[in-house]
Design a binder for this molecule. Structure first.
Ligand code: GTP
Ligand code: SPV
Ligand code: MN
Length: 608
């Protein structure tokens, strides 16, 4: 048994509530050692991981890791929000009674860390001094060193973040389990990822990957956070957050917005202003996956990114699509690549859509499963080298366009809120919405093709309200009412918009070039907010006139396809309205304002 008290003493962890919590779980999990983590431990832990072969070097100051091949994405059907109140049950939160789930997790975790070290990771999901600080602190316990290294990159980590907070911290327990014997995806699946939201306790068993294991990020930063926000008057969303600076006037607008997992948040927030826009605009990065929003005492709507790093999708990240991301993961950044392809001889990494073409000399290359590519069988020959949900992890300070004030605890004023999914047709490039209820309604009816970020769902069309479907912690009707209440309190309302970068032509190609070009419709949105352009009113919002968009430097194909992505297909919209009706009916008790918005849009769409 570990000498917990001695380890906590040595680390100067004095908060008695934290100490009791660590002692409690060390006894249950049976960990053999306890080690308290500060961010400054990173170099030593990296070296230990390299020595143990858990990490492999990617040249200097970058690393490669593989997760177990059945453990490469979030497992939505095994993810549960538990409370003691059945009225917390929603459609998407997989609600279960707390008293049913807690004993199950205790049983699964009992003795499951024997022989291992339990790392104690005190963290803060906010810049220190944030008005939401007391909801942002947590202590993750994990028996996995790679999780520690990822957490150091993704959250602010150190004993000082929790020593003075009393019992105001999230208890986040992560036990990896015996990954080879958990029956992932079978009827005998042993994994459980549970947030006991009304006890601010997270119990995750059976994975060491991403949102299943880095508990500060998804489980606290989104699920627990949104539950806390519901009870305490703020919003917690799977949103990116960026600033657009007009270099001529110095004016700046901040836009946040939801795109379902693996649908473009990281790419959008990192996209530097293309020279094609006359070098007029600069895009500043605040966050790529999570935003917490609140109304300040001055009546303004504020937002902040609770994270400290980026856990970005590797696929298609290259010099052309996202040069900023490429710069954020160069040598010396401490970046960790997970589940991409690796060359053990040259220490290079590669993924589908990498800047470098697919290597033709296969010597030394292994795929994301660790299997030699040169020795692949005939039938596996064309399989992807990297897992489609393979990722890179790097810290915000390495993102070249990170805003100067990204650590300002005051957050930034929010001027616009956008929603966008992967939709092959119907959704135009952008449509702006000024009415708050209609904006919230639009977020609730966000539809998208699911991606590889969730196991086994890629390509399935589904509604994903505000991109929060996998992270929803309380009933959708209450969620809608909470949105109306919070935004209703802001004196100056944000403008809303729905965007779509993913319309496809008959031949399957994307009709809009996307990536860096996505700045063009966003600049138009801010011009609309400023009254500089008018657009054209339609039943589903204001669309840009072709001549209002900045088109300099856009390629020929995009110019040719532009009218199509700015056109509304009346028939598809009318069909969509009937689907929406069914979707919204699932949410018992939805605010009347949302139904009114729906009926208004549905009636108008009749004339489209
Ligand atoms: P999560 O971290 O899972 O929440 O994902 P995300 O929303 O941050 O997605 P990300 O920006 O990492 O993009 C996921 C995938 O979509 C990547 O393979 C991108 O290359 C691709 N993608 C992003 N933006 C665009 C775009 O504008 N057009 C097209 N065609 N693809 C895009
Ligand atoms: C997502 O899936 O939306 C992510 C990645 O941001 S994970 O942290 O694995 O949830
Ligand atoms: Mn995400």
């Amino acid at each position: 048994m570990a000498d917990v008290a001695a380890a906590l003493d040595a680390a100067g962890l004095t908060n008695t509530h934290v100490r009791e919590y660590v002692e409690h779980w060390a006894a249950i999990t049976g960990a053999s050692r306890v080690e308290v983590i500060n961010a400054s431990d990173d170099d030593r832990l990296v070296q230990e991981s390299l020595d143990a072969g858990e990490l492999l070097p990617v040249g200097k100051g970058r690393y490669y890791s593989r997760s177990y091949f059945k453990d490469t994405a979030r497992a939505e059907e095994r993810t549960i929000v538990a409370t003691s109140n059945e009225s917390d049950k929603g459609i998407y939160n997989n609600w279960r009674p707390a008293e049913e789930m807690k004993p199950k997790l205790v049983e699964l975790m009992t003795g499951a860390s024997e022989g291992k070290t339990m790392y104690v990771i005190p963290y803060l999901m906010a810049p220190k001094g944030s008005p939401l600080e007391k909801f942002a602190a947590g202590v993750e316990l994990t028996d996995n060193r790679n999780v520690v290294l990822q957490m150091i990159r993704m959250a602010r980590v150190g004993v000082d973040f929790v020593n003075d907070l009393g019992d105001s911290f999230v208890k986040a327990v992560h036990v990896t389990g015996d990954l080879e014997n958990l029956g992932q995806g079978t009827p005998d699946d042993k994994r459980y990822f549970v947030t006991v939201a009304d006890e601010r306790t997270i119990l995750h068993f059976g994975s060491s990957y991403g949102g299943n294991a880095l508990l500060g990020k998804i489980a606290h930063g989104l699920r627990q956070g949104s539950y806390d926000g519901w009870k305490n008057g703020f919003l917690v969303e799977q949103f990116m957050l960026l600033g657009i600076v007009d270099k001529q006037t110095g004016k700046k607008w901040n836009i946040c917005g939801g795109f379902p997992s693996a649908s473009g948040k990281t790419n959008l927030a990192m996209t530097l202003a293309p020279d094609a826009l006359g070098d007029r605009y600069h895009v500043e990065f605040y966050g790529d996956d999570i935003a917490w929003l609140w109304v300040g005492d001055d009546g303004k709507l504020y937002g902040m990114n609770p994270e400290y790093g980026v856990f970005g999708v590797a696929k298609d990240t290259n010099e052309k699509t996202n040069p900023t991301a490429v710069d954020a993961i160069v040598e010396g950044t401490g970046a960790i690549f997970t589940n991409v392809a690796y060359n053990e001889k040259t220490q290079q990494v590669w993924w589908e859509g990498h800047t470098d073409p697919k290597p033709t000399d296969l010597d030394g290359w292994t795929d994301w499963k660790g299997e030699s590519i040169a020795e692949r069988s005939e039938e596996d020959k064309d399989a992807p080298w990297a897992h489609p949900n393979s990722r890179f992890t790097t810290t915000l300070e390495h993102v070249p366009n990170v805003a100067d004030d990204f650590e300002d605890p005051a957050g930034v004023e929010i001027h616009g809120i956008i929603f966008g999914g992967r939709t092959r047709d119907r959704e135009p490039l952008i449509r702006a919405i000024t009415d708050v209820a209609e904006g919230v309604y639009d977020g609730l009816t966000l539809g998208a093709e699911a991606t590889a970020a969730a196991d086994g769902l890629e390509g399935v069309l589904r509604y994903d309200p505000m991109s929060m479907r996998p992270f929803m912690s309380y009933p959708e009707a209450d969620y809608a009412a909470h949105w109306l209440e919070v935004i209703g309190r802001a004196d100056k309302k944000p403008i809303f918009a729905h965007v779509n970068w993913f319309q496809r032509g008959d031949d399957g190609r994307f009709l809009w070039p996307g990536y860096r070009e996505n700045l063009r419709p966003l600049v138009w949105l801010m011009q609309l907010l400023e009254g500089e352009v008018k657009g054209v009113e339609t039943p589903v919002g204001t669309l840009p006139l072709r001549e209002e968009l900045l088109l300099d430097g856009l390629d020929e194909q995009a110019l040719a396809d532009l009218d199509t992505v700015l056109t509304l297909d009346g028939e598809r919209w009318r069909q969509e309205m009937s689907f929406r009706e069914g979707h919204l009916r699932e949410f018992a008790g939805l605010p009347e304002e949302i139904w009114e918005a729906h009926r208004r849009v549905a009636a108008d769409v009749e004339s489209l």
